[in-house]
Ligand binder design. Structure first.
Ligand code: GLC
Ligand code: CA
Length: 569
C-alpha cells in the first residue's frame, strides 16, 4: 500500500453549516427494532444504536435515517405511530434520543428521522377521541369518517382497496366508516383540517430542536385528498388521473402547499433542515417533491425495479440525473430498503423477467418461500457488490439499508407463525410480506442472536447469518463490509461536482463514466472480461482477471497518472 487512505483526515465538522450537505451524502437507514438490542429483550433500541456508532463512523456514512422509533403497537412495523413526539418505551427514552443525537454529531454523522403524516395509529389519542365522539364532531374531522352506502349504510363509502390488501374503509361501532389507505390500524388524517397541519409543524420543530438534521417523509404523495362525493369507483382510478394530478388520494398538486409550509419551518434552522420524500408516483411527477419549495429531495426507486441489465441501468441513470437537475436537486440512489427484497437476493434470481420486473419477481420468490425462480446466492452477491460500487460512484446521494454493507441476503422462508408484516396477514395467499429484509442483523458468528443482543431476536435469524456477521467480515479483506468501507472512504476523498460524462465503453454491456478530478467508474454486465481504461484501479468489486475487468464487476479508476492510489486488489 503506497499512498494510504490513512493520512486523509476527514474533517466532517466543517460540514456543520453546510446547507447542501445532503446533496451527495451517504445515508444509512436503520430499522431500529432490528439493528442492535442493548437489554436482551430481543428488540433493537436506541442504546443499541448508540453502542454501534463507532461502527457507523468506521463505515464512513454521512448520516443515518431512523425508521420510526415512536410508541407503536407495531401493526405496521412502527409506521403506525401512537405519539409523534416520544420514544417507544421498548426502544428507550427521549434522553436516549438526545444522547444518540449528541454522540452521532460528535462523530460527524447527521441524523434523519422518519415523519409519518398520512396516518396515525388507531391508538393515537386523536383516534381514540374520534371513536368516542359522535359523527360530525370535531374529533372525527381530524380523520376521514363517512357514512356508508347501501341499506343501513352497511356498505363502505367506496370500493377502494387498501395498500396491504382488503378494503380501505373500516366500520366503527356507530355505523360510520373511516378511511385507511394502509392497515385498519392506520387511519388516514384529514389534511384539510388546520389542527392537523399545526400539529405536524409542532412535531417537526420538536425533533429539529432536539437535533434532527433532516426528515424522511413517509407516503409523501398521500396527504392531499379530494373526497368530494360521489367517490369514483376503484376501476376508474387510472394512470391518466395520476398524470394530471387528479387522482382522489395520490400525488395531488395541493400536497406541495403542505410541504411549502414545512419548508419555511426547515429554513428557520441553520443549516436548514433537509427532507426527502417517499413518493411512489409516476416518474414524470417525481421531481415536484424535489423542488426547493417542496421537500427538496425525493426517493428514486427506479433501480429497485430493475434486473441486472446495462441498458436499463443506463437509461435510469440518464433520466434520473436529468430529472433531479431540472428540479434543482440531486438524485437519490436506492438499491435496498425495509420495504423491498434485499438486492443481494434480487440479483441472484435466475429468471427471464423483463428488465423492469426485478422487484416483482423478487416478491414472487419470497411468496414461494425462496424456491421459485431458482436462486444463485454467489451470483447475487457478486452482482450486488458491482451494483453498490456503481451506485456509490454516481452523482447524488446514496441511501444504504442496514445489512447491505454485509451483502446480507433476504430471508425468504420465515415460518408463517413468526411473520409480523400486515401485508402477510391481509394478503397471505398473494404476498408473504417484508419481514425477510427486517431480520436483525448479525454482528458476531455465535451467541443467541449473533451479537444482535443477549436474547433471542424478535424475528428468527437463520444459521447461515453467522457467515455474514460483522465479526467474520472484519477479518476478511475480501468481504463486502470492507469493500463498502474502502468504497466510502474513496468516495469521500474523490467527491466532486455533480456532472457525469459518459465514456465510450466499446460494448453495450459495459457502462463507463467519469467524474471530475479523474474518477472513473466502469461496470461490466457482460459474460466476458473486458479491458480496463488507463489509470490506477482504486477498488474493484471482484478481483481482476489478468488485468481485465471480469463479468459482473465494477472498478473505480483514477485516471490522472500523478495521483497514486492504493491498489486494493
Ligand atoms: C411507507 C413505509 C412502509 C409503510 C408504509 C405505510 O411505504 O416505507 O414501511 O408500511 O409507508 O406507512
Ligand atoms: Ca431492547
Amino acid at each position: 500500500m503506497s499512498s494510504t487512505l490513512k493520512d486523509v483526515t476527514y474533517n466532517r465538522s466543517e460540514a456543520v453549516h453546510d446547507t447542501g450537505w445532503w446533496r451527495q451524502a451517504v445515508v444509512y437507514q436503520i430499522y431500529p427494532r432490528s439493528f442492535a438490542d442493548s437489554n436482551g429483550d430481543g428488540i433493537g433500541d436506541l442504546r443499541g444504536i448508540i453502542s454501534r456508532i463507532p461502527y457507523l463512523a468506521a463505515l464512513g456514512v454521512d448520516a443515518i435515517w431512523l425508521s420510526p422509533f415512536y410508541p407503536s403497537a407495531l401493526a405496521d412495523g412502527g409506521y403506525d405511530v401512537d405519539d409523534y413526539r416520544d420514544v417507544d418505551a421498548k426502544l428507550g427514552t427521549l434522553d436516549d434520543f438526545d444522547d444518540m443525537a449528541a454522540i452521532l454529531h460528535a462523530h460527524g454523522i447527521k441524523l434523519i428521522v422518519d415523519i409519518v403524516p398520512n396516518h396515525t395509529s388507531n391508538r393515537h389519542v386523536w383516534f381514540q377521541e374520534a371513536l368516542a365522539a359522535p359523527a360530525g364532531s370535531p374529533a372525527r374531522e381530524r380523520y376521514i369518517f363517512r357514512d356508508g352506502t347501501g341499506p343501513d349504510g352497511a356498505q363502505p363509502p367506496s370500493d377502494w382497496h387498501s395498500s396491504f390488501g382488503g378494503p380501505a374503509w373500516t366500520r366503527v361501532a356507530d355505523g360510520q366508516w373511516y378511511l385507511h389507505l394502509f392497515a385498519p390500524e392506520q387511519p388516514d388524517l384529514n389534511w384539510d383540517n388546520p389542527e392537523v397541519r399545526a400539529d405536524f409543524i409542532k412535531t417537526i420543530r420538536f425533533w429539529a430542536d432536539r437535533g434532527a438534521d433532516g426528515f424522511r417523509v413517509d407516503v409523501a404523495h398521500g396527504l392531499a385528498k379530494d373526497l368530494r362525493e360521489p367517490l369514483p369507483a376503484w376501476r376508474t382510478l387510472d394512470e391518466e388521473l395520476l398524470l394530471r394530478g387528479a387522482h382522489p388520494f395520490t400525488d395531488r398538486d395541493e400536497v406541495h402547499d403542505i410541504y411549502a409550509e414545512w419548508r419555511r419551518v426547515f429554513d428557520e434552522y441553520d443549516p436548514p433542515r433537509s427532507s426527502v420524500a417517499e413518493a411512489w408516483v409516476h416518474p414524470s411527477r417525481r421531481s415536484r417533491y424535489a423542488s426547493a419549495t417542496s421537500l427538496g429531495q425525493v426517493f428514486n426507486f427506479d433501480l429497485v425495479e430493475l434486473t441486472w441489465n446495462p441498458v436499463s441501468y443506463r437509461r435510469v441513470i440518464v433520466d434520473s440525473l436529468a430529472d433531479a437537475a431540472a428540479a434543482g436537486s440531486s438524485n437519490t440512489w436506492v438499491l435496498s430498503n425495509h420495504d423491498v427484497v434485499r438486492h443481494a437476493s434480487r440479483y441472484g434470481l435466475l429468471s427471464e423477467a423483463a428488465s423492469h420486473e426485478g422487484r416483482v419477481v423478487s416478491r414472487q420468490w419470497v411468496q414461494s418461500g425462496g424456491t421459485t425462480p431458482a436462486y444463485d446466492s454467489e451470483l447475487g452477491l457478486r452482482r450486488a457488490r458491482a451494483a453498490s460500487l456503481l451506485m456509490l460512484a454516481l452523482p447524488g446521494s446514496a441511501y444504504l439499508y442496514q445489512g447491505e454493507e454485509l451483502g446480507l441476503p433476504e430471508v425468504p422462508n420465515i415460518p408463517d407463525e413468526h411473520r409480523q408484516d400486515p401485508t402477510f396477514f391481509r394478503n397471505s395467499g398473494v404476498d408473504k410480506g417484508r419481514d425477510g429484509c427486517r431480520v436483525p442483523i448479525p454482528w458476531t458468528g455465535d451467541g443467541p442472536s449473533f451479537g444482535f443482543g443477549t436474547g433471542t431476536a424478535h424475528l428468527p435469524q437463520p444459521e447461515w447469518f453467522a457467515a455474514h456477521s460483522v465479526q467474520a467480515q472484519e477479518a476478511d479483506p475480501e468481504s463486502t463490509l470492507l469493500l463498502y468501507r474502502r468504497g466510502l472512504r474513496w468516495r469521500r476523498r474523490l467527491q466532486t461536482t455533480e456532472e457525469l460524462p459518459w465514456l465510450d465503453a466499446g460494448s453495450p454491456s459495459v457502462l463507463h463514466f467519469a467524474r471530475k478530478g479523474g474518477w472513473q467508474c466502469i461496470t461490466n454486465f457482460g459474460p466476458e472480461p473486458v479491458p480496463l481504461p488507463a489509470g490506477t484501479v482504486m477498488i474493484s468489486s471482484a478481483p481482476l482477471v489478468d488485468g481485465a475487468l471480469p463479468s459482473d464487476t465494477t472498478a473505480w479508476i483514477l485516471a490522472t497518472a500523478e495521483r497514486s492510489a492504493d491498489s486494493m486488489r
